[in-house]
Design a protein around this ligand. Structure first.
Ligand SMILES: NC(=O)c1ccc[n+]([C@@H]2O[C@H](COP(=O)([O-])OP(=O)(O)OC[C@H]3O[C@@H](n4cnc5c(N)ncnc54)[C@H](OP(=O)(O)O)[C@@H]3O)[C@@H](O)[C@H]2O)c1
Length: 293
């Protein structure tokens, strides 16, 4: 693990992308369902992110559904050339807000068109195949059908780059035999480190690793050890959790989610936080020691 200041950019989808991005999921209503309580506040968060230099936004048409993409379009279209909007396919929402698997080729094509329409794009820059074998955690099982369908959408010009989400190492290898994979988006943070070995493997392959729930998700990380360290170095616990991720590996790109401009500014400032070897060792001890570390 490096103790130097976090590298600012990573080559992602063929261009240098700032390692601190923004995840738009929190902009939809409660339970990621329906419209936000305060639409103007949601638009303000998106505009502030871009004004602060963010050029990587993560979204999906099943956030809302449609709501998050429509907010992004309203706030930011026409998009700056350097902005990479990453979306995902593989699920739809039930009338009650349930997250339903939608992994058939026809589902994926429909989802691609929904994203194009709601984002106001001619081509989707990066699309993550969100694997739903187990909704909550990666589960083994062939993904050849889904990845082949995405590769066809890519050949037809609807998608430029392909990524995977909620994927096992075996599934990533299977996908790589079909198409180039530019990113993997899995659950990972200071206290949830199942993917440690995978992150190192992807770093060697030059593939971006984009942790979802970098702050713990719907229940942000709470740790007395983290709070103590944050107090010692004059930062907030959330900033330290994000800075730890930036120090963890050079291929990690962050997409912390927030519906608040105040939290957005706090999170973006974490990119400037330099953690010493001692602090990194203390943080490692909170979440368990990595394989080989
Ligand atoms: N591929 C997948 O399956 C998947 C799954 C989940 C998420 N994602 C993506 O990953 C992105 C990040 O995940 P996430 O948004 O669910 O979780 P997260 O970034 O770990 O945390 C978001 C939560 O932390 C709070 N928060 C954010 N900044 C804070 C701060 N500085 N201080 C205190 N609380 C703060 C937010 O509340 P406030 O709104 O009040 O700030 C929200 O409750 C999402 O936006 C989405 O794009 C992907």
């Amino acid at each position: 693990m490096s103790n130097s200041p976090a590298t600012d950019t990573f080559m992602f989808a063929g261009r240098p992308v700032r390692r601190m991005g923004y995840g738009a999921m929190q902009l939809a209503g409660p339970g990621v369902f329906g419209p936000p309580k305060d639409r103007d506040a949601a638009l303000a968060v998106l505009r502030e992110a871009l004004a602060a230099g963010v050029n990587h936004i993560d979204t999906s048409d099943f956030y809302g559904p449609h709501v998050t993409n429509q907010l992004i379009r309203e706030a930011l279209h026409p998009y700056p050339d350097d902005l990479v909007i990453v979306t995902k396919l593989g699920a739809v929402r039930g009338d009650d807000g349930a997250w339903l698997s939608a992994q058939e080729p026809a589902d994926l094509e429909r989802g691609a068109h929904d994203n194009l329409r709601n984002l106001g794009l001619d081509v989707l820059e990066v699309v993550n195949m969100r694997i739903m074998g187990d909704v909550h955690a990666p589960a083994e099982g062939s993904i050849e059908k889904q990845v082949t369908a995405l590769a066809e959408l890519q050949q037809r010009g609807l998608i430029r780059h392909i990524g995977l989400s909620n994927a096992t190492s075996t599934q990533i290898d299977e996908a790589l035999r079909i198409v180039p994979v530019v990113c993997v988006q899995n659950h990972y943070n200071l206290v949830h480190r199942e993917d440690d070995a995978l992150i190192d493997k992807l770093a060697q392959q030059g593939i971006a690793y984009v942790p979802f729930f970098p702050l713990g998700g719907f229940t942000p990380i709470q740790s007395s050890g983290l709070s103590e360290i944050a107090q010692q170095i004059g930062a907030t616990p959330m900033q330290v959790a994000l800075a730890w991720l930036l120090h963890r590996a050079p291929n990690i790109l962050l997409i912390p989610g927030t519906s608040s401009v105040k939290h957005l500014r706090e999170n973006l400032a974490a990119a400037d936080l330099n953690l010493s070897d001692e602090v990194l060792a203390e943080l490692d001890a909170i979440g368990g020691v990595r394989d080989g570390a």
